[in-house]
Design a protein around this ligand. Structure first.
Ligand SMILES: Nc1ncnc2c1ncn2[C@@H]1O[C@H](COP(=O)(O)OP(=O)(O)OP(=O)(O)O)[C@@H](O)[C@H]1O
Ligand SMILES: [Mg+2]
Length: 325
């Protein structure tokens, strides 16, 4: 049995009555890597995850996870995966510790082993201090970390994370990213869905951009950003009279056209070099003696990616329904 790909899917289609939720999705996640499915509301992310985790049947197509067919070998698949669903799965009436022990016992661990594992995971996810509090009282970020810990109790071969940071504030999100980076660094195999390009960029080796049940682009973050014009460097100057010189400098450094916003005293240009481009711009600005108030690298948003890839802004489920009324 091939274990080169932890997840392999070909031509996944899912219909809900007349509604086409998935329209032929192919994907392959090599063992030990992270693949992200990036897309807006209603793109088909959860549907894909539900099929791959045996919670829903595909209308057409086939998929294997850890080498087993999701349609005909569901039990084998379930034994080898962890799923952090979009809606929290932990019991709000139990403490963090009790939740993890219960899950360990569900996975046939002896009670004493389940307790050891629970303690270990609470430590790993920074929840030791909250271990004895009921999960219902946790903050959003803590609950997501507990969800994540719960998926790891049985040491799954493949992890499915459906929008692990949606709804979190920026601080809780970056805390969770740090936790996830730890897992990624430890060689975990993960399929992660997200609406944030930054999240996919930070965590994933490979990104599939999905829209209306189809993959509209794929590649690593670098190549995707190249397709959409890469990051932007923004320079805000103290002296408005230096704007034209700064624009020329930025064009020279980045090789891209610069746009001047005089009311904001800001010049913006795309860069294909990411942080390296920013460092080079900083050096050149200092050498030329321009006084800079702010210098920042910003990523294109998912909206900008969509605009570039589809020529249309992101259309949410609600708007779709509106437009069909
Ligand atoms: N049980 C269902 N019955 C009918 N339509 C459904 C059902 N589940 C999903 N859909 C539709 O299928 C499409 C894909 O839904 P899905 O939940 O996979 O999107 P998603 O990418 O996970 O979105 P979100 O970011 O909002 O979680 C949507 O248009 C959704 O309305
Ligand atoms: Mg979803």
């Amino acid at each position: 049995m091939s274990t080169t790909y932890a997840v392999e899917a070909e031509g996944l289609v899912k219909h809900y009555g007349d509604k086409v939720a998935l329209d032929g999705v192919d994907l392959a996640v090599p063992t030990g890597t992270v693949t992200s499915i990036l897309g807006p509301n209603g793109a088909g992310k959860t549907t894909t995850v539900r099929i791959l985790t045996t919670l829903a049947d595909a209308t057409a197509g086939r998929a294997t996870v850890a080498g087993y067919d999701v349609a005909t070998q569901a039990i084998e698949v379930r034994r080898r995966i962890g799923l952090a669903a979009q809606d929290a799965t932990v019991d709000p009436l139990l403490t963090g510790f009790e939740n993890l022990v219960m899950i360990g016992e569900l996975h046939q661990l002896a009670r004493s082993d389940a307790k050891v594992r629970a303690t270990e995971l609470l430590e790993q996810f920074g929840l030791t201090d909250a271990a004895k509090r009921v999960a219902g009282g946790y903050s959003g970020g803590m609950r997501r970390r507990l969800d994540l810990a719960a998926t790891l109790v049985a040491r799954p071969e493949v992890l499915f994370l459906d929008e692990p940071t949606t709804g979190l504030d920026p601080r809780a999100r970056s805390e969770l990213w740090a936790v996830l980076e730890g897992l990624v660094g430890g060689g975990a195999t993960i399929l992660l869905t997200t609406q944030y390009l930054e999240e996919a960029d930070r965590l994933a080796d490979d990104i599939l951009v999905v829209d209306h049940g189809r993959v509209i682009a794929r590649g690593d973050a670098r190549s995707l950003k190249r397709q959409v014009g890469g990051d932007n460097i923004g320079v805000t100057v103290t002296d408005p009279s230096s704007l034209d010189a700064v624009a020329a400098l930025l064009e020279r450094v980045t090789g891209h056209d610069a746009t001047i916003d005089r009311s904001d005293r800001t010049v913006v240009a795309a860069t294909s070099e990411g942080v390296g481009g920013l460092a080079e711009a900083a050096r050149a600005l200092a050498e030329a003696g321009h006084e800079v108030e702010d210098l920042a690298l910003r990523q294109p948003t998912l909206d900008e990616v969509f605009l570039t890839l589809t020529g249309a802004p992101v259309e949410t489920d609600d708007e779709l329904e509106e437009s069909h009324r």
